[in-house]
Ligand binder design. Structure first.
Ligand code: NAD
Length: 369
C-alpha cells in the first residue's frame, strides 16, 4: 500500500505525517511518499522524512498510484490526480462547510474520510483529531492571553510590593477548556469555570478551579449525547446570563470555548457584559470561527471593546505546528493501523464498522445511465 503525504496549502502550518509515523507505517508494510516541503513549517525537513524511509518528491510523483493520501486540511480536488482508484483521502476535510469539494473528491475516484467525524467511543480516542488539536488550542489561548495582558498572572510578593493574582474564567469545559484551566493554574491565576454539562463540575474541582454553575434551572445532566452539549432552554440561558453578569465584572481573563455540534456557537458574553470588565482585561474566544461566544469577536483578529481586548482565535493549534502535527499525525496513524489487514498488506475498512460509517462522507454517486 502506497501512502502519500501532502504539502498543505498556504496558511496551514501543520503536516499529516511526521518521521515517527512514517517509520511506523513502513513497519506495517506501507510505502511512504512525502511531497517535497510538506513538513517545512512544522520543523521537519525533506531529509528527516528520507531518513525515516520515505521517498520525497513533487505532488504528482508522490500521488502516482497512491492508495491513501494523508492531509491536514482538505486539498483542492483538482490537484489530486494520479492516485489509485478508490484511494482513501484522510484528514480534517470539513464536510459541513466543504460539501462541494467532498463531492469532487468522490467524483475523482477518491474515498474522502473526514477525521473530525470520529465517534466519541473509547476505541477511537487515540484517533480523535478534535481532541488532540483542541487540547493545544486551550493551552495556547491562555498563553496568548497572558502575553497580551498588561499584568502578571501569579501573585508575587516583592520588596516593591505585592502583585495580585489574575482571575481567569473559563466558559465551556470540554477538551480545550480543561487544558485552559490547567494552564491558567500552572501560570498562577485564580481560575473559575462553567459549563452546561453537570459532569464537568467534578473535573473543574479536580483541576483545583472553582465551578460556577447555574443553580435551580436544569442544564444538561451528565455528559450529554456523545459527550457533546445541545442547546439549553430559554430559562437556562436567562439564568446563565445573570450568573455571567455577576461573575465576569471581577475577571481579568476570560477564555470561551463553548460549541454545540452543527449549530452556531452559543452567545455567552454580551457587549454590555464586556463593558463591566476592567480595562486591560483580555477575552479569548475560541469559538470565533463558529459564530463566536462573545459579541463583537472577529474571527482571526483582535478588537478592543470598552478597553477589553477580545481575541477572535482561529485554529490556534496552527500556532504550535510541531506539536500539533505530531499529535495529528499519530491520530491518523492510529486510525489506519487499527484497520491494517496483515494478510492483504493494506488498510481494509469494514462497511459495518461504527468508525468507518461515521467518517465516510462521500455522497452516494449516481451510476451513469
Ligand atoms: P465541544 O468543543 O463541543 O464544546 C466545548 C464545551 O462547551 C463543552 O464542554 C460543552 O458542554 C460546552 N458548552 C456548550 N454550550 C455551552 C453553553 N451554553 N455554556 C457553557 N458551556 C457550553 O466539546 P469537546 O471539547 O469536544 O468535548 C466535550 C466532551 O466530550 C468532553 O467531556 C470530552 O471529554 C468528551 N470527549 C470524549 C471523547 C471520547 O470518548 N473519544 C473524545 C473527545 C471528547
Amino acid at each position: 500500500m502506497k501512502i502519500a503525504v501532502l504539502r498543505e496549502a498556504a496558511g496551514e502550518t501543520r503536516v499529516a505525517a511526521v518521521p515517527e509515523t512514517v517509520r511506523k507505517f513502513i513497519a506495517l508494510g506501507a510505502e511512504m511518499a512525502v511531497e517535497s516541503g510538506a513538513g517545512e513549517k512544522a520543523g521537519v525537513s525533506d531529509s528527516d522524512y528520507k531518513a525515516a524511509g520515505a521517498t520525497v518528491a513533487g505532488r504528482a510523483a508522490a500521488l502516482k498510484g497512491a492508495d491513501a493520501i494523508l492531509c491536514v486540511t482538505g486539498p483542492d480536488p483538482v490537484t489530486l490526480k494520479g492516485a489509485a482508484k478508490g484511494a482513501l483521502l484522510v484528514g480534517a476535510l470539513d464536510p459541513g462547510r466543504r460539501a462541494d469539494d467532498i463531492a469532487a473528491y468522490a467524483q475523482t475516484g477518491l474515498e474522502p474520510l473526514a477525521m473530525e467525524k470520529m465517534p466519541r467511543i473509547t476505541r477511537a480516542q487515540s484517533m480523535d483529531i478534535l481532541s488532540s488539536q483542541s487540547n493545544l488550542a486551550g493551552y495556547k489561548a491562555v498563553v496568548d492571553a497572558a502575553s497580551i495582558y498588561g499584568r502578571a498572572f501569579p501573585m508575587m510578593m516583592t520588596a516593591a510590593g505585592t502583585v495580585s493574582a489574575a482571575r481567569l474564567f473559563v466558559m465551556g469545559v470540554g477538551v480545550a477548556g480543561l487544558q485552559a484551566i490547567a494552564t491558567g493554574r500552572r501560570l498562577g491565576a485564580q481560575v473559575s469555570a462553567t459549563d452546561v454539562r453537570s459532569a464537568t463540575r467534578e473535573q473543574i474541582l479536580s483541576l483545583g478551579a472553582k465551578p460556577i454553575f447555574v443553580e435551580g434551572v436544569a442544564g444538561i445532566e451528565g455528559e450529554g449525547q456523545g459527550g457533546y452539549a445541545s442547546e439549553t432552554s430559554p430559562e437556562y440561558r436567562q439564568a446563565q446570563a445573570e450568573l455571567v453578569s455577576s461573575h465576569i465584572a471581577k475577571q481579568d481573563i476570560v477564555i470561551t470555548t463553548a460549541l454545540i455540534p452543527g449549530r452556531p456557537a452559543p452567545r455567552l458574553i454580551s457587549d454590555a457584559q464586556l463593558a463591566t470588565m476592567r480595562p486591560g482585561s483580555v477575552v479569548v474566544d475560541l469559538a470565533a470561527e463558529a459564530g463566536g461566544n462573545v459579541e463583537g469577536a472577529a474571527p482571526g483578529r483582535s478588537v478592543v471593546r470598552h478597553g477589553v481586548t477580545v481575541v477572535g482565535a482561529v485554529q490556534l493549534a496552527r500556532t504550535l505546528p510541531a506539536d500539533s502535527s505530531a499529535l495529528f499525525a499519530r491520530n491518523l496513524y492510529n486510525f489506519l493501523a487499527a484497520f491494517w489487514d496483515q494478510e492483504a498488506g493494506k488498510v481494509v475498512l469494514p462497511d459495518d464498522d461504527e468508525i468507518v460509517k461515521a467518517i465516510r462522507v462521500a455522497p452516494a454517486l449516481t451510476e451513469p445511465a
